[in-house]
Design a protein. Structure first.
Length: 134
């Protein structure tokens, strides 16, 4: 899912599918970011990250919607003397499930899990997710 917002958190542009509801079953109109998420607590967190990005600080964090987990990056840009934030979220739910399963297997069968743990430890995106989960 990709989007951009202006300084008033108005959605300027986005792809058609929304993160609201069951993630993609509804189409989010170009409105306010404040209406973009079904969970009010996560909405507050997302808005704060967008405000931080509007101040010029790149943001990378995990966001949650229903039972899904998203790796979200916000990139601040200045266009025509206006601050804009470009955002992108990737569904990393299955990656987190794999990481959790590997940890469980490692506890009981370390010899079986060693190769999988090695892959997880060497993957830049899995390292990032692991750091953000803490």
């Amino acid at each position: 899912f990709v989007w951009s917002v202006d300084e008033s958190l108005k959605i300027r542009v986005k792809n058609k599918k929304s993160l609201k509801g069951k993630c993609g079953k509804a189409v989010l109109p170009n409105g306010s970011l404040k209406d973009a998420f079904s969970c009010s607590h996560m909405n507050e967190i997302n808005i704060q990250h967008h405000l931080n990005a509007l101040e010029g600080n790149k943001q990378t964090y995990l966001s949650y919607e229903d039972d899904l987990v998203f790796l979200t990056t916000l990139i601040p840009v200045s266009e025509n003397n206006k601050n804009i934030v470009y955002g992108c979220s990737w569904d990393v739910t299955n990656l987190i499930k794999i990481m959790t399963a590997a940890e469980k297997i490692a506890d009981t069968h370390p010899d079986c899990a060693a190769e999988l743990i090695g892959v997880i430890d060497e993957s830049p995106v899995l390292k990032l997710i692991n750091e953000l989960e803490k």
